[in-house]
Design a protein around this ligand. Sequence first.
Ligand code: COA
Length: 260
Amino acid sequence: MAETVIIQKPEDGIAVIKLNRSNAANALSRQMLYDLHEALNEIKFDTSIRAVIITGEGEKAFCAGADLKERKGMEDAEVKRIVSLIGSTINEVEALPQPVIAAINGAAFGGGLELALACDIRIASKEAKLGLTETSLAIIPGAGGTQRLPRLIGLGKAKELIFTAQRLTGEQAEDIGLVEYAVQGAELMEWALNLAKQMVKNAPLALIQAKTAINKGMQTDLATGLKIEELAYSALIPTEDRMEGLRAFGEKRPPVYQGK
Ligand code: COA
């Protein structure tokens, strides 16, 4: 059986996680969740990987959310367990230390959009379709969607999208700030890679601390957030890379960062 999740390394320092069930719209089967967990665990501890892109195989779907065929035969208790597994796996995406870009190559519905919401930056193809469609299936977003969507696009718009189960195009998603860019499908990976390349030029430990400060600081009051920022900055002061940055500036050359 084909692997449901593939890790590719197209450039130094960049990993692409590809959801690989295109015959099922890359829906999150139990096996795919296990494989995604494995992939995330591998990347999390790999200091040679400095930026991550998540995308879906094929042109039709990024990820169609929970596997609805698998779900159909489940007892209530099993549904509870799988919903929790989807949620915790998506939390692991958010918790990756490296910056994560979602390259939304096609449909991103339900858990598929929730997966993209846990990434740091989203780029969609113009033809992609995005939506938290759960209420049309008599459920609600259960993998962070009710929390991450309003934090990203504001309360009113998030409620509108969740209550109506609306499906937006990539361009509509860009208009409301749900994705940073909507680009031609053929150029999607180039855009994502280009963005990742700009990131991996910078000091990896600084990327990690910046991500942590932003993510943790945004969930608290300003005074606590500023304290988190101060601590994150302090962690970088004794690093070799900070000295390398200063040396490279003085010598008018690009810095070579080691992640130390
Ligand atoms: N779970 C399991 N299988 C899924 C799926 C899902 N969430 N979404 C799509 N598939 C399957 C289809 O059943 C079909 O399989 P089949 O060929 O064996 O019938 C295959 O993936 C391709 O889907 P299809 O609908 O034929 O392709 P499409 O390009 O016309 O549409 C989608 C793709 C994703 C837009 C459409 O399938 C869809 O809307 N899916 C439901 C998404 C959803 O509401 N998710 C929320 C979950 S909470």
